[in-house]
Design a protein around this ligand. Structure first.
Ligand code: ADP
Ligand code: MG
Length: 266
C-alpha cells in the first residue's frame, strides 16, 4: 500500500514479509508498524499477552480481517514475494495457499472422508466428478500425513464430530493438505486439548516442518520453546523481539521479553 517505502525488493524465500503493517478496528489501532520476515520451511511461534495482536496478525496474512467492514490496513504484506494486499490479488488464490487452524477444532458435520475432500472439491480447477480412486488416494495421503490414518481408516464414514478432540484437530489439519498450501497458520491449536493430545499435535508439526511453513500462536511458553525454530514476542500491537527460539528464551534482548517469559504479565 502507499506508505511502504521499500528498501529492498520482497524476497520469495521468505514465507511472510511485512513492512510497517498497521491495522485499525474502527478507530482502535491493533497493529503498529509490524516489520516481520518469517522464513520458509520452519516453525515460527508467536507469543505475547492476551490482546497484543497475535490473532489479528495471523488473520491479516490470509485476509480474514477483510470480512469486517470496519478494518483498515496500511503497510504491506508479501507472502512468498507476492503482495497480498494488491488490488488485483484474488483472495481465493491467497487463501488456497494458506491453511488456517483455529483454537477449537471445527470439522464440518460430515463424515471423516468428506471433511478431508471438501475443500479440495471446492477449490479444484478441473471440472467433472472426481474419480473414486483419486479421491481415496487423496484422503489416505492426507490422513497419513497427520498420523491419523491408522486410527480412522476403518471409520471413514463416521461423523467427524464423533472423533476425540485430538483427532478432530488432526483432521482439521489434514483437510488443508489436499490444496497443497505452502503456509499453515495455527491460532492456539492446542488450547482445547489435554497434554497428551498437545504433544501429539506438536509431534505432528515437527513432521510437517520443512514441507510446510508453520506459524503457531501459543500462550504456552513451554510449547513455544519445544515446538518452534524461531519465536516472535509481541506486546500491545508491536513486535518487541524476533529471534531463534533457544536464544530468545535463554538470553532475551529486551526486558519486556524477559518479563513475559518469566510470567510477569497476565
Ligand atoms: N473483530 C474485532 N473488532 C474490534 N476489536 C478487535 C477485534 N478483534 C480483536 N480486537 C482487538 O484487537 C486487539 C488485539 O486482539 P487479538 O489480535 O485478538 O489479540 P491476541 O490474539 O493476541 O489475544 C485487542 O485489543 C482486541 O480487543
Ligand atoms: Mg488470539
Amino acid at each position: 500500500m502507499d506508505n511502504a517505502a521499500p528498501t529492498a525488493p520482497p524476497t520469495a524465500a521468505l514465507a511472510i514479509e511485512t513492512r510497517r503493517l498497521c491495522l485499525w478496528y474502527g478507530t482502535f489501532q491493533a497493529l503498529f508498524d509490524v516489520d516481520l520476515r518469517i522464513r520458509s520451511g520452519i516453525i515460527t511461534s508467536l507469543i505475547g499477552p492476551s490482546g497484543c495482536g497475535k490473532s489479528t496478525f495471523l488473520r491479516s496474512v490470509n485476509r480474514i480481517n477483510d470480512r469486517l467492514g470496519y478494518v483498515r490496513t496500511t503497510g504491506s504484506i508479501h507472502v512468498h514475494g507476492r503482495d497480498i494486499l494488491a488490488p488485483d490479488v484474488e483472495i481465493i488464490q491467497v487463501r488456497r495457499q494458506i491453511g488456517m487452524v483455529f483454537q477449537r477444532p471445527n470439522p464440518l458435520p460430515l463424515s471423516v472422508r468428506e471433511n478431508v475432500i471438501f475443500g479440495y472439491l471446492l477449490h479444484r480447477e478441473a471440472r467433472g466428478a472426481l474419480r473414486r480412486e483419486e479421491r481415496d488416494r487423496i484422503v489416505e495421503e492426507s490422513l497419513r500425513k497427520v498420523l491419523l490414518w491408522d486410527s480412522v481408516k476403518d471409520h471413514l464414514d463416521r461423523k467427524a464430530t464423533e472423533l476425540s478432540l485430538e483427532e478432530q484437530q488432526k483432521l482439521c489439519i489434514a483437510r488443508l493438505l489436499p490444496m497443497k498450501p505452502h503456509l499453515l497458520l495455527m491460532d492456539e491449536p492446542c488450547s482445547a486439548l489435554d497434554p497428551a493430545a498437545t504433544s501429539a499435535i506438536e509431534e505432528l508439526l515437527w513432521d510437517l516442518r520443512g514441507e510446510y511453513t508453520i506459524v503457531i500462536v501459543t500462550h504456552n511458553m513451554a510449547q513455544a520453546r519445544r515446538a518452534s525454530d524461531e519465536c516472535i514476542f509481541m506486546l500491545m500491537g508491536k513486535v518487541v523481539e524476533h529471534g531463534e527460539t533457544g536464544s530468545l528464551f535463554v538470553t532475551p534482548a529486551h526486558r519486556q521479553t524477559a518479563d513475559y517469559i518469566e510470567g510477569r504479565y497476565g
